[in-house]
Design a protein around this ligand. Structure first.
Ligand code: GDP
Ligand code: IMO
Ligand code: MG
Length: 425
C-alpha cells in the first residue's frame, strides 16, 4: 500500500503528527515538494521535533527518507536540520536520501524573496526562505540541481552565470550590492561534499524499492489551498502541494498510489496573507490561537484562525482524490459553547457553493454558517469514536456528510498517543 498524506486546508493541519502515527505502515517516506518553508511537528515522550526538509516519519528507527526531485533544498538548512537531529540521537547518516534532480536554493534566492515581498503591491507573506525564486529559476531553466552541484565543472559554470545575472538584477532593480561568486562557490562546494553520500537518482531509488515490495508514504508539505495551481492564487506557495504533485515531485507513475489521506484541522488556520472567509473576530481568535498554540512552526508568526470551511475542504477532497480524511486538533474546540461550520458562501446576494477561482470574489465571500452545539468536555484522553462526547460525534459526522468521505483518524492532542483510528481506517 502506497499512501499520499496531503494537507486539505492552508497548511499546518497536523500532517507531521499524522505521518508519525502512520509510519508503522510505511518503509520509505518521501517529501515531494516545497522546501524548508514547511514545519512539521512531532511530539514524542514530551520532546518536540520540528521537521523542515527531512520527512517526519524518520523518528522511527529503520525507516528511510527521500527528499524528492520536486523539493527545493537549501543545503545549509538541510545540514543544520540533520545536525540538530543527530544531536538528539536521531541518526540519519544512512536514512536520508536526496534526489539528484532536486533544485538547490542559494542566498540570492532568499534575498530576492525578501526584496520582491517589499516591492509587491499586495504582499504574500512568504516565509522568506527563497522558495519562490528557486522555483522560478527551475521553470526558467537556469536553476542548479543537486546533480549540477555535485559536478564541479557544471557547478562552476552554472553558478557563474546565475551570479552574474542576479547581480545585474540586484543593481538595476533594487540598487543592492552584488554577491561575490568566489565565497559562494567555495561554500556550496563544501556542502556538495557533505551531501554527496546521500545523493541518489530518486525515481530509480523508488522503482527499486517498489520492486522489493517496500511501502511508500508521500508526505505533502503546505496544503491544497496553497497549491500553485489550485490554491488561492497568488496567495500560495510555488509548488504543487496537492496529491498529484507526488508523482511529478518524486518520479513515480500515478498507478503506484493506492491511497490518498487528506488531513484537516477541526477548524481552519492560515499563516501569511490572502483571503480567509471564516476568520474569527479578535476575541475568539485569541482564544483559539492560545488554546491551539497557533504560531508558525517555521517562522513563529501567529496563525490566523477561523471556523471549519467545508467548501474549501470539499474542494481539497475532490482535487486530491482523498478516500478518507484525518481530523486533528478536535480538543482545541473542547470548551466551545457552539461551533460553526461554513457550508457555503454568499456574494452580492448570490449563493456560492463551490470554491471560486476569482480571488477578488473569494475575498468578498461571506460564509454561510451552520451552528452545532459544543461538547464542553475534554477529549484528550479519548481512545475511540465511542469515547467522544455525543456532540463531538455529531460534529464529526456532519463533517463527513459535507466532505462526502469518512473520517479514518482523529487526533485530540499533540502527543503521539493522542490519536486513534476509526472503523473507516
Ligand atoms: P503540519 O505542518 O501540518 O505538520 O502542522 P504543524 O506541525 O505546523 O502544526 C500543527 C500543530 O498542532 C503542531 O504544534 C502540533 O504539535 C499540534 N497538533 C497536532 N495535532 C494536534 C491535536 O490533535 N491537538 C492539539 N492540541 N495539537 C495538535
Ligand atoms: P507546512 O508544510 C503554512 C505559506 C506562507 C505564505 C505562502 C508562500 O508546515 O504546512 P513561501 O515561503 O512558500 O513562498 O510562502 O505559503 N506557507 C505555509 N503556510 N504551512 C506551511 O507549511 C507553509 N509553507 C508556506 O506563509 O503565505
Ligand atoms: Mg507546519
Amino acid at each position: 500500500m502506497n499512501i499520499v498524506v496531503v494537507g486539505a486546508q492552508w497548511g499546518d493541519e497536523g500532517k507531521g503528527k499524522v505521518i508519525d502515527v502512520l509510519t508503522d505502515e510505511a518503509d520509505i517516506l518521501v517529501r515531494y515538494q516545497g522546501g524548508h518553508n514547511a514545519g512539521h511537528t512531532v511530539i514524542v515522550d514530551g520532546q518536540e521535533f520540528i521537521f523542515h526538509l527531512i520527512p517526519s516519519g524518520l523518528l522511527h528507527p529503520g525507516k528511510v527518507g527521500l527528499i524528492g526531485n520536486g523539493v527545493v533544498i537549501d543545503p545549509e538548512a538541510l545540514l543544520d536540520e540533520m545536525g540538530r537531529l543527530a544531536a538528539r540521537h536521531v541518526d540519519l547518516e544512512r536514512a536520508v536520501k536526496i534526489s539528484d534532480q532536486a533544485h538547490v536554493i542559494f542566498p540570492y534566492h532568499k534575498r530576492l524573496d525578501l526584496l520582491e515581498e517589499g516591492r509587491r503591491a499586495g504582499r504574500i507573506g512568504t516565509t522568506g526562505r527563497g522558495i519562490g525564486p528557486c522555483y522560478v529559476d527551475k521553470v526558467a531553466r537556469c536553476g542548479i540541481r543537486v546533480a549540477d552541484l555535485c559536478n564541479p565543472h557544471v557547478f562552476a559554470d552554472k553558478l557563474r552565470q546565475n551570479v552574474e545575472e542576479k547581480n545585474r538584477l540586484f543593481a538595476a532593480l533594487y540598487q543592492e550590492p552584488p554577491i561575490a561568486y568566489d565565497t559562494l562557490h567555495e561554500r556550496y562546494s563544501g556542502y556538495a561534499r557533505r551531501l554527496a553520500p546521500h545523493v541518489v537518482n530518486g525515481s530509480r531509488f523508488l522503482q527499486e524499492a517498489l520492486r522489493q515490495h517496500k511501502r511508500l508514504l508521500f508526505e505533502g508539505a503546505q496544503g491544497t489551498l496553497l497549491d500553485i495551481d489550485h490554491g488561492t492564487y497568488p496567495y500560495v506557495t510555488s509548488s504543487n502541494a496537492t496529491a498529484g504533485g507526488a508523482c511529478t515531485g518524486a518520479g513515480v507513475p500515478p498507478t503506484v498510489i493506492n491511497r490518498v489521506l487528506g488531513v484537516v484541522k477541526a477548524y481552519t488556520t492560515r499563516v501569511g496573507e490572502g483571503p480567509l472567509p471564516t476568520e474569527f473576530p479578535p476575541g475568539l481568535m485569541d482564544r483559539v490561537r492560545t488554546k491551539g498554540k497557533e504560531f508558525g512552526a517555521t517562522t513563529g508568526r501567529p496563525r490566523r484562525c477561523g471556523w471549519f470551511d467545508a467548501v474549501v475542504a470539499r474542494h481539497a477532497v475532490w482535487l486530491n482524490g482523498c478516500q478518507s480524511v484525518a481530523v486533528t486538533k478536535l480538543d482545541v474546540l473542547d470548551d466551545m459553547e457552539t461551533i460553526q461550520i461554513c457550508v457555503g458562501y454568499q456574494h452580492s446576494g448570490r449563493a456560492i457553493a463551490e470554491f471560486p477561482s476569482d480571488i477578488e470574489l473569494f475575498a468578498h465571500c461571506e460564509p454561510v454558517y451552520e451552528s452545532l452545539p459544543g461538547w464542553q468536555t475534554e477529549t484528550g484522553e479519548a481512545a475511540s469514536f465511542a469515547d467522544l462526547p455525543v456532540q463531538a460525534q455529531q460534529y464529526l459526522r456532519r463533517l463527513e456528510q459535507l466532505l462526502g468521505v469518512p473520517i479514518c483518524l482523529i487526533s485530540t492532542g499533540s502527543r503521539r498517543e493522542q490519536a486513534f483510528k476509526t472503523r473507516h481506517w
